[in-house]
Design a protein around this ligand. Structure first.
Ligand SMILES: Nc1ncnc2c1ncn2[C@@H]1O[C@H](COP(=O)(O)OP(=O)(O)OP(=O)(O)O)[C@@H](O)[C@H]1O
Ligand SMILES: [Mg+2]
Length: 503
């Protein structure tokens, strides 16, 4: 009888193929299907492993397979020390060297006690036809995941989603952040959306560690941000866009812009710094935003102040306070017409609540202002600006962070004196930082702290002078208003008396 080797050796492949083709023709379809199933089951019985292939450019879809990219990142990060041969590159838009397994390398992963193997391979398509997914490379790369049949549920049920989500979040962490700003005076925005934004690499060094503020407040903000980033499912369930608004308010130099940089670094988000005065009208607002600095400086966004219209007697007591407040804020009537943005409050609100913010992933809106009381309540109500954060003058805890940042000091004999002065004086962290910074390499930490004490004394004296001057001004203003009111009342009385006399 002819053996199998004789069959192959004697050009038997042709005979075998001919036999199968002939059998396929003469055997009815139903029977053929049963035979095939029998052989498949027989094979499965002996083969205790399952293999899943992830192609880089699957022929049935357009573009690079996202699963392939996530697997590559996951394996490159977690198993680079196991693989014998690796490939390295810096992908566009990232800041780290990305390692990936070389072809035909195999690594083993263990998930919930189950061992799986990953192999990277490549194949060469027989034709030179360029597929419609854009993969022109002759080589087709793919990863093969192999595991025991009995672990099918755990691998398909949860391991695969674990690998994909890990891979995606590693890629997100390695991404180079960008700072986008909108360009003013362009007429061709509609033609090319990309021209609207200019971007630079965002490399601000601020972090929550270096941010000087009350530690409890800082922790509260960090917890809030973490909670937000984890709440995708929650927002979906309650039917709200996945966005959160923060309003940072406080005097100049208290760290509002620094906080934005710290937030962006903490979350690894890009920043869209929207300059409202560069926005021509509301239609452009749908396109992107994260940050609007100094929101009070945009016309139409501030509320109409009522201090000019005080008329009733009850409001007389508030008059002095209102006059003081108005003076402190400066007069917004003097805004330069040319600098006014064409964006209206309702345009901004529509944008914030609108579809654009719901269509993307998570969005954090941050508005900053020096004058929170000038803003229209509709703009900053909870739900739009979910968290209102006051950035206040430097307290002792904040000073300690700055002393550590600038001088690497955790304690010093001058700290007590500084603590006392900080409790009596309002000074911004920016002013403290400026004085803590050594002006020359020879300057000692002791001298820098001396500069801080001098600055605190000066700030205290200045505040005292300002307070006296303000009181004087307010008294004058108050007397003037009271005089006006008295003559008004007298005029009214006279009119009434005259009417009575003639009636
Ligand atoms: N809380 C802070 N923590 C650390 N550094 C700070 C802080 N506040 C101010 N600084 C320092 O002062 C500089 C100015 O601060 P920043 O620009 O953040 O203030 P701001 O509140 O945004 O001021 P403005 O209202 O004028 O925009 C920063 O570059 C930083 O060096
Ligand atoms: Mg600022």
């Amino acid at each position: 009888m002819m053996g199998i080797w004789d069959l192959f050796g004697a050009g038997g492949i042709g005979t075998l193929l001919f036999t199968f083709t002939t059998l396929e023709r003469i055997i009815p379809d139903q029977l053929l299907f049963t035979i095939k199933r029998f052989f498949q089951n027989l094979l499965n019985f002996f083969n205790r492993y399952i293999e899943i292939t992830f192609e880089e450019f699957p022929s049935e879809s357009y573009g690079r397979n996202k699963a392939y990219a996530a697997i590559e990142t996951y394996l490159g990060t977690n198993f680079s020390h196991h693989a014998e041969s690796l490939k390295a590159n810096i992908p566009q838009g990232t800041r780290c060297v990305a390692l990936s397994m070389d072809d035909y390398e195999e690594v083993f992963d263990v998930y919930k006690g189950v061992k799986v193997s990953w192999t990277r391979s490549k194949s060469f398509p027989r034709s030179n036809v360029i597929s419609f997914n854009g993969a022109q490379d002759e080589e087709r790369r793919y990863y093969v995941l192999s595991f025991r049949r009995k672990h099918r549920d755990i691998i398909i049920g949860s391991y695969l989603s674990h690998v994909l989500s890990e891979g995606k979040s590693i890629a997100k962490r390695n991404r180079q952040q960008r700072l986008y700003t909108n360009v003013s005076g362009r007429d061709d925005w509609e033609d090319d959306e990309k021209k609207m934004w200019r971007h630079v690499t965002f490399e601000h060094p601020a972090t929550f560690n270096t941010l000087a503020m009350d530690p409890n407040k800082k922790k509260d903000i960090m917890d809030d941000l973490i909670e937000f980033t984890k709440s995708k499912e929650y927002y979906r369930q309650i039917g709200k866009p996945w966005k959160r608004g923060y309003l940072l308010y406080g005097p100049p130099g208290t760290g509002k812009s620094t906080m934005i940089a710290a937030m962006a670094n903490f979350l690894n988000y890009d920043i869209y710094d929207l300059e409202l005065t560069a926005v021509k009208d509301n239609t452009h607002l749908r396109k992107a935003i994260v940050v609007i600095e100094d929101i009070d400086c945009s016309n139409g966004i501030t509320r109409k102040r009522r201090t000019d219209n005080i008329t009733t007697d009850d409001e007389e007591d508030n008059l002095k306070e209102a006059v003081l407040a108005k003076k402190a804020k400066g007069d917004d009537d003097s805004d330069d017409e040319d600098n006014k943005s064409k964006v209206t409050l309702s345009g901004l609100l529509n944008f914030m609540d609108g579809l654009w913010s719901a269509s993307g992933g998570e969005r954090v809106f941050v508005f900053t202002t020096n004058y929170v009381e000038k803003l229209d309540p509709a703009l900053i109500r909870r739900g739009r600006m979910d968290k209102h954060i006051e950035m206040s003058y430097c307290c002792f805890e904040a000073f300690k962070v700055l002393a550590n940042n600038y001088l690497k000091l955790e304690s010093h004999e001058k700290f007590d004196k500084i603590k006392g002065l900080l409790e009596e004086t309002d000074i911004s962290p920016a002013d403290i930082a400026e004085n803590l910074m050594p002006k020359s390499p020879e300057m000692s930490p002791d001298e820098c702290l001396g500069n801080v004490i001098t600055a605190l004394h000066k700030a205290k004296e200045k505040a005292e002078k300002n307070r006296k001057a303000k009181n004087l001004d307010a008294d004058k203003e108050y007397n003037k208003c009271a005089e006006k009111r008295r003559s008004k009342v007298l005029r009214r009385l006279n009119t009434r008396m005259i009417r009575r006399i003639f009636s």
